[in-house]
Structures are given as structure tokens and as C-alpha cells.
Design a binder for this molecule. Structure first.
Ligand code: AKB
Length: 318
């Protein structure tokens, strides 16, 4: 029987992935874990526990108590927050992952999902159509922790046979739980401002282009990779992307649907991070090996985001 532990379950991806996993595996078989004590009430409809991933004994206790067979390890500090607190980023992202891998190795857990990021790339990497196999020399602490994490995952797979699978996620856009501390957060914040009827001050330049993905595609990519036949996987961690657009293109697409919406651009320290990342990604190995194909282009994503956030506003949630 599959019993899943999701760390970082109250975060942007975790809060929706936990619900998607519960639909597949059953409410009681997916244990949501986060360091936050009171997450969104929907997460509490199934088992919820407080776990700090930097404390291995807490992870061990959870794995034993719930007889966990798979871990989706999402707890992380994102890029902008990581620059403000590099030590915390190292502890949560590297030591947290190391704890998960060690607990998995010692307790016989076979399957793990772990998200990497486009942050593994750096200024020396080709910025257009960034290939799967290329230069990984990031300039942010977040990127350094993700490269280290990829190497650790490959090591634990090679040496101990753990079935670890991961994705180099681009910026994730979603309407339910806002991201926190990332460089791509502007592509989510802008929608909240538009739906609230407020102007938006964007923290990157208008011409900044980054790869992005709408949450339903993020969930689809994760679940499809995890269900893929292992013999078809040439890599443990895959490039994936869905769309690439500039901040200004996104603003214009929203303005078509929200006339009068005003956006100004005041780049801050996050511009430098954005400038070190790819503009477009080549995800052909993911497409060839496990059939990756996104469903959302820019207009479809903007329509869906505005519809979802307007509904939340009507319910008094925004
Ligand atoms: C961030 O901006 O830090 C994340 C990421 C691209 O990994 N969204």
C-alpha cells in the first residue's frame, strides 16, 4: 500500500500537489508535513503533521509512525530569500534533502520526488533553448543548493538504488497559495493586483523573459514523471517548461482582460538573479522519455488565472 509523505505541503506547489495525490491515493494515505503549524484548512482534511526537515529525528518519526513508502520532498527556501539568508537556504535545501535521502536509505523507502529549478543554470549557460546537459554554474545560493541536490540525488540513485525523480521547474504560476521568496513571484503577484483593482509595481524590467508554467501543468508533469516506467528514464532530473514571456507581454495580456490595469517597473536585486537564468528551455528529453506536453499557453493561462482569482475574491478570500 502506497503511503506518501509530502514535505513543504503548505507551500505553493505542496498545497495543490497534496490534494492531487490524495485524489489518487486516498485522503488517509497522503501525509502533509510542514514547519507551519496552521496551514490552509483544505490540507487539514487529511493527516497533517508539523515537521522541520532540518531535524532528521522528526523525519524519522514521521516515516515510522505513518509507514511511509514514498516522499515528495518540496520544503525549500527560494532564490530571493536565499540571497537574503544564504545560511538558511543551505540548511533547508541541502541538509533537509540529505536528511530525507538518509532516512529513505535507512528505512527502505524506494521512491522520492524532489524539485530542482532553472536556478541550476547560470550566466555561462546558453540562455536560449537551454539544453538538458549543459553548464551548471549558478551564481545564487539557491542555485548552488539545487546543483548540490541534483548531484546528491544522482549519487543516492547510483550508490543505493533509490528511485529519485525530479524536475527543473521554471517559475510556477498559481491561484491558490502564493509563492514566497522567489524571483519569478512577480508573475503571480501581478494577477493578485489586477484582480484587486490595484496598480502593480514589477520588480524586474519590462523586457525580462523567463520560463514559466501554470500549476495544472506543474501537477501533470510531476504525476506523469512519477508514474513513468523507470526503464524509460535516461535522467533522474529533467528540464521542463511550458511558456516563456516577458514581464511586459504578461502585463499586456492581462490588460486585454482588465482594461485600465497599470503596471510600472522598478527593478531591484532580483533583476540580477533573473538575468542569470535562461529565457527559454529545451525540454525535449522529457517529451521523448515520458511524454511531457504542457496544456497551457499564455492566453489560456491568463484566462484561467483571472477566472480562479475572481472566484476567490467573490468568496472574500482576497
Ligand atoms: C524562484 O524564483 O526562486 C523559483 C524558481 C524558479 O525555482 N520560482
Amino acid at each position: 500500500m502506497t503511503k506518501i509523505l509530502v514535505t513543504g505541503a503548505a507551500g505553493q506547489i505542496g498545497s495543490e500537489l497534496t490534494l492531487a495525490l490524495r485524489k489518487i491515493y486516498g485522503q488517509e494515505n497522503v501525509i502533509a508535513a510542514d514547519h507551519k503549524k496552521s496551514p490552509h484548512p483544505r490540507l487539514m482534511e487529511g493527516p497533517f503533521i508539523t515537521v522541520d526537515v532540518t531535524d532528521r529525528t522528526q523525519l524519522e518519526k514521521a516515516v515510522h509512525e505513518y509507514k511511509i513508502t514514498e516522499i515528495y520532498h518540496l520544503a525549500a527556501i527560494l532564490s530571493a530569500r536565499g540571497e537574503q539568508n544564504p545560511e538558511l537556504a543551505w540548511r533547508v535545501n541541502v541538509e533537509g534533502l540529505y536528511n530525507v535521502l538518509e532516512v529513505a536509505r535507512l528505512t527502505g523507502i524506494q521512491k522520492i520526488f524532489w524539485p530542482s529549478s532553472i536556478a541550476v543554470f547560470g550566466p555561462k549557460t546558453p540562455r536560449e533553448n537551454t539544453p538538458q546537459d549543459t553548464i551548471l554554474s549558478p551564481t545564487t545560493m539557491y542555485g548552488i543548493t539545487k546543483v548540490t541536490g541534483e548531484l546528491l540525488c544522482e549519487y543516492y540513485h547510483r550508490r543505493y538504488g533509490l528511485d529519485i525523480r525530479g524536475l527543473r521547474f521554471p517559475g510556477i504560476i498559481s491561484s491558490e497559495t502564493p509563492p514566497g521568496g522567489g524571483t519569478t513571484d512577480y508573475a503571480v503577484e501581478i494577477f493578485y493586483a489586477a484582480v484587486r483593482g490595484e496598480p502593480y509595481t514589477c520588480f524586474v524590467r519590462a523586457d525580462t523573459v523567463l520560463p514559466m508554467m501554470y500549476m495544472p501543468d506543474c501537477l501533470k508533469a510531476t504525476l506523469t514523471l512519477m508514474q513513468a516506467d523507470s526503464s524509460r528514464l535516461r535522467y533522474r532530473i529533467y528540464n521542463v517548461t511550458a511558456l516563456s514571456f516577458s514581464a511586459e507581454e504578461l502585463a499586456r495580456e492581462i490588460q486585454k482582460r482588465v482594461p485600465g490595469f497599470r503596471v510600472e517597473y522598478k527593478p531591484d536585486f532580483r533583476q540580477c538573479i533573473a538575468d542569470s537564468w535562461p529565457r527559454t528551455i529545451d525540454d525535449s528529453p522529457a517529451r521523448e522519455d515520458w511524454g511531457w506536453k504542457p496544456d497551457y499557453d499564455l492566453p489560456k493561462m491568463v484566462d484561467a488565472m483571472l477566472t480562479a482569482l475572481r472566484k476567490r475574491k467573490e468568496r472574500g478570500e482576497l
